[in-house]
Design a protein around this ligand. Structure first.
Ligand code: GDP
Length: 354
């Protein structure tokens, strides 16, 4: 048997720096905001991705840098059409986005696909979650696909997606698709950042609105009955008629647009071009009647309020005096010694140093 030798560490040679686990932390060295912005403006997808990762980060230094990047990108944003796409899981959203995306690329458009999914467990900055979805789109230079930020609350996830839209637009993406699962309140969040709202539904689910709340149908600018292929085609046509009838019952929209019900198949491509035509018709109409700009302003107002709420909450819960006192007040409230309102007043007074 050969003599077993152990690797020797020669004295006087310090271990290589890469063995230090702290140097392998996931965060690369930060650059100045202007470096990210210059990269974004020339369409550098790596820097765009890194900047979005900063938006998604919870570290104060990253958030500060992200804010600077967003501010610098803001004058270059806004020149796009933002399309919200919602529908229950399995309705065919990813397949549809792949098909619509191909069509848009053929029209010479540049496309960013973002998502709002508060249940997303995809690790920050990873695109693995979407690697298997939208494969063709993902391989195109003119498309940028980013999964939902993994997030605490819907509000947090939505805010990060909204901020990412600004960076994507500054990077020259002229069509933004924002996808969400049609559960919970996420479609309301998408509605607060999209210009045009598309609802995907399935054929053959009876005249019931498939558990999709009436409010969502009311928000839709276009209802597309997907999977209109094979034996489902007649059912899809019938569903389209039912939705057309249902849409008549809703009050007219402030946008002046009359919502449309259509059929499509994400797998055969039926109806995809027509849906894009409708989106363009919407765009033209609302540009002309001023609603497009008006809606963006209303959305900006909404996001200003959201941002104020968020920043106040964060400052409140990070305040050292509040943190010191919070547990005691919580205990007093839970034990009935103090009312929740008194407790809140006491904490807020501490925060405001009154
Ligand atoms: P998502 O959960 O809404 O993103 O749905 P997916 O895009 O993952 O689609 C769910 C399933 O429906 C997949 O097996 C797709 O292949 C299938 N699918 C999607 N669109 C169509 C369509 O237009 N026709 C048919 N026949 N199947 C479809």
């Amino acid at each position: 048997m050969p003599k077993q030798t152990k690797p020797q560490v020669r004295s006087g040679v310090s271990p290589p720096g890469s063995l230090n686990p702290r140097l392998q932390a996931p965060h690369r060295q930060l650059r100045p905001a202007s470096a990210y912005v210059q990269g974004i403006l020339r369409g550098d997808r790596v820097l765009l991705s890194q900047a979005i990762t900063l938006i998604e980060s919870t570290r104060p230094a990253h958030q500060q840098l992200a804010r600077e990047i967003i501010d610098l990108c803001l004058p270059h944003s806004g020149r796009s059409i933002r399309i919200g796409i919602t529908g229950s899981p399995g309705v065919g959203k990813s397949t549809f986005i792949e098909a619509l995306g191909q069509h848009l690329l053929e029209q010479g458009r540049r496309l960013a696909v973002l998502a709002i999914d508060p249940t997303s467990k995809v690790s920050k900055g990873s695109i693995l979650g979407d690697k298997t979805r939208m494969e063709k789109l993902a391989s195109s230079e003119a498309a940028f696909i980013r999964p939902s930020p993994a997030g605490e609350s819907l509000g947090g996830v939505a805010r990060k997606t909204r901020e990412s839209i600004i960076l994507c637009e500054a990077a020259g993406y002229d069509t933004i698709l924002i996808e969400t699962v049609g559960v919970g309140q996420s479609e309301t969040a998408v509605h607060s950042m999209a210009d045009f709202f598309l609802l995907l539904l399935l054929p053959g689910a009876g005249d019931e609105l498939q558990g999709i709340k009436r409010g969502i149908v009311e928000m839709a600018d276009l209802i597309a009955v997907n999977k209109a292929d094979g034996s489902r085609l007649p059912l899809a046509r019938q569903a389209r008629q039912e939705y057309r009838n249902a849409l008549h019952l809703f009050p007219p929209k402030e946008s002046g647009w009359t919502p449309v019900a259509d059929i499509c198949s994400a797998t055969t491509g039926l109806g995809i071009a027509e849906i894009w035509q409708q989106a363009q018709a919407y765009w033209e109409k609302t540009e002309k009647n001023g609603y497009f700009e008006h809606n963006r302003r209303t959305q900006a107002h909404y996001w200003l309020n959201e941002a104020v709420n968020h920043q106040l909450r964060t400052a409140f819960f990070q305040n050292p005096e509040v943190r010191d006192k919070l547990k005691a007040v919580e205990k007093a409230v839970l034990e009935g010694r103090q009312s929740p309102f008194q407790g809140a007043e006491e904490l807020v007074a501490l925060f405001l140093k009154r």
